[in-house]
Each structure stands twice: as structure tokens, then as C-alpha cells.
Design a protein around this ligand. Sequence first.
Ligand SMILES: *[C@@H]1O[C@H](CO)[C@@H](O)[C@H](O)[C@H]1NC(C)=O
Ligand SMILES: *[C@@H]1O[C@H](CO)[C@@H](O)[C@H](O)[C@H]1NC(C)=O
Length: 453
Amino acid sequence: MKTFSTFAALAAAASAFAAPSPREELVAKAASSVTPITVKGNAFFQGSNRFYIRGVDYQPGGSSDLADPIADQGSCSRDIAEFKKLGINTIRIYTVDNTANHDACMNALAAAGIYLVLDVNSPKYSLNRATPHASYNTVYLQNIFATIDAFANYPNTLAFFSGNEVINDDSTTSAAPYVKAVTRDMRQYIGSRGYRKIPVGYSAADVDSNRYEMAEYMNCGSDDERSDFFAFNDYSWCDPSSFTISGWDQKVKTFTNYGVPIFLSEYGCNTNTRKFEEVAALYNTEMTSVYSGGLVYEYSETGNNYGLVTINSPTSVTEGPDFLALQSAFKATAPPTGDGGYNSTGGASGCPAQSSTWNVTGDALPAIPSGAAQLMKSGAGKGPGLTGAGSQNAGGISTGTATAGSGSVTAVSTSSSTATKNAGAATLAPLDKSPIAVAFLVAGFTFVGATLL
Ligand SMILES: *[C@@H]1O[C@H](CO)[C@@H](O)[C@H](O)[C@H]1NC(C)=O
Ligand SMILES: *[C@@H]1O[C@H](CO)[C@@H](O)[C@H](O)[C@H]1NC(C)=O
């Protein structure tokens, strides 16, 4: 993949002395056309209006052909035209290259009114659910902080995912303190570097036995340790279904008192013909008091029959029947007027008790590795992109337990306006839902949830 790192470094150096570069003008133009999303109580807001995520998961090529979909202006233009036809306002990307320049695509997305929810991990730079302590290290955190640097200045960066499906059953719940520590560290980095308060949260797997514990856990403890939102992947509504048959009614009840926004980070069961009848429920007041929308899995066909379109060439796609079904469902479903019955109070959950499905004792988190703590002051610097050597056994691990409040932002960098806009990035590829991929998942080969052999 081509990168612009040399050009970008020169442009950044030159910009201190010269008139705004074309790149800076692009960013400035996007800034004026998009209102950053904020969190209030258990909901997202765009200015004073309630904001519902109405989107798709976007990773052409999937995990087998890993590429940054917004580093190339040609392909992102092709797809933004389709996003507009669908009528969406958000995309989720699982992996980006944190050394690439994203100005053109992020600006084009902004011009189309589309926000980005970005996973910061990549296959080689991620927590390993089997060895979370070793994989929570300075090299890993440097990479994800560099990804934050690469996206924090775009007004249409809606949120960051700190992890995707790291915990995928009961026995892997012991990795939860590390997921929570990464979330804490990202929030502290954003604050320490003086960026806008971009929401950070975790995208949980569709695991019934510990979904609520996971959500409680991510929102318990001191404020520095709590997430800004919670998301989970949900394939329980398989058309023909209903609010009650799918069990979504229970998922509203369960989360009624949850104090931060929740949304579905993947949905769209494809067991039967997809009509996307769940769209009408998701944006209806029966759900909007608790949920803030969701993301359909997934934009392009990558071999698992979840794709809305098939990509033919760098300039052309074919819209499949699922594309047309989703387009009609969105057309027929306006979000509720007013505030959708959100809960403006918000607040912390209690920490879940240890049980047979939740193998975490107490609420202590690992301390940030000392090398990564330094980056709060110095900035992350250049990221490794998608070709780095990987972090999972790179050393520079955490020693000791954090004290509550240790992740608070104590000093704000004064150099944030010149913070690297073009440093590294990378994230997890989407979970492949095909039976073959599920077999790989069992075998531990898939990198969803950050496991890499
Ligand atoms: C619970 O987690 C600990 C590590 O924190 C591990 O040693 C233990 O085997 C786990 N227990 C179960 C039942 O998975
Ligand atoms: C609103 O959220 C708070 C904090 O989570 C909770 O205690 C309260 O019961 C919620 N109110 C309603 C009406 O659900």
C-alpha cells in the first residue's frame, strides 16, 4: 500500500512557516461542515439533537486481504456514493494504516454527513486473549495512540473502539481487566494530548452468558476507568422475527438503567432472507430510550454472505438484494422526533461479582506500562502501519496494579494543535461469520478479538 509519510512530514514541517497547505484546507473545510458527536447521559448528541448511529461495517477485503479502505480516494469515492444511496450517517472500520494519509476520504465522508467509528487495533497490534498480560505492553499502546493521533483532528471521528470481541466466551473473561485498561489509557491519551473528547468504548461479542457483566464491568469504578459507551454485536433478530421473538425486548429491559450510550456494533442475521425488519424496531421509541442505533454487518461481500454489495473493480460495485432491502428499511424508518426518551442522568454501574461465567475478581486494573505513560507527555510519534513487526510479545509490560484515578488527565499538552495528524493506525478485521471462519475461530486463527498466533 502506498503511503504518504514522507510527504506528510514535509507538509507538516512546512506548515509552521507557510500558508495552510491544501491538506489543511481540506481538514478545515470538513471541520466547518460537521458537528462532532458528544455523549450526554445514555445517548449521543449532534449539537442539541439526539444522534442515532445508522450505519454499516466497512472493510472491503475482510481479514484475509487486509487493506485500509480510507487511504485510497478512488475506492472510498466509489463506496461513499453507495453510502449516500443507503442513507447512512456512520461507518465502522476495523483496520486502518496509521501511516497513511486519510484527509481526502475523511473529508469526502464529512461532506456526505458520514461519521467514522474506528477500531484502533490491528492483527499484529492487539491484546491476545490467551496471554493478555504479555500483550498489554508499550509497543502495543504506542501503535494505538499513533492511530488516535491520525484521526483525532477529524471532526467526523465519532468514536474509537478499544477492542473487538477480545472476550468471546466465559473462560476468556479473565482478559477483561486488560480491555478495560486499554480503554482507560486511550481516554487518558486523548485528554492528555488536548484533543476533543472523542468517546472510547469496547465492542463486545454476541455472548449471552456474560454480556451484561461485560457491560457493567466497562462502566464501573472510578471515572477515569469507565468507558464513554458500550457496544455489542448482535445476530439474534433473524427475519421473520419481532421485538419479542428476537429477545430484543429483554435486551431493552436489561439495559434500562445503564448509564452510558449503547449501540449494536454489528447486526444483520442472514440465516433467512434478510428484510432488515429489525431496523424499524431499532429506531423506534420501544428501543431508543436505551439504544442509539447500530451498524449492519457488512458493506461488501467477503465470502461469508453478509455483503450488501459485491466489489467488481476499483470503480464499480454491484448492489445485491440485501442492499436494496436495507435501503428500503432505512427509507421507511425515520428516527423518533424529540429526544427518543433518553436518560439524561447517566452514571456508573456496580462492578459484577465473580461467577462461573465471569472470571474477574474485584475491580483492580493493571497499571499502564511505564513506557506508555511517557507517551502521554511526548506524544506517540510515528506508528508502525500495517507492516510493523507486531507487539504481542514485544516486552515493556505492565508492572503492578493501578490506583483508582491514575488514569485521570492531570496536564493537557499545549502542543496538541501540532500533534501528528498522520501517524500510524490499525485495527481488527471483521469477524467472519462463515462456518469455516467459525472453525478457525475455535482453532484460534482468526484475529477478531485480537488473537494472533
Ligand atoms: C480464571 O482466571 C485466572 C487468571 O486470572 C486463571 O488462572 C484461572 O484458571 C481462570 N479460571 C477459569 C475457571 O477459567
Ligand atoms: C437513569 O439512569 C440512572 C443512572 O444509570 C438510573 O439510576 C435511573 O434509574 C435511570 N432512570 C430511568 C427512568 O430509567
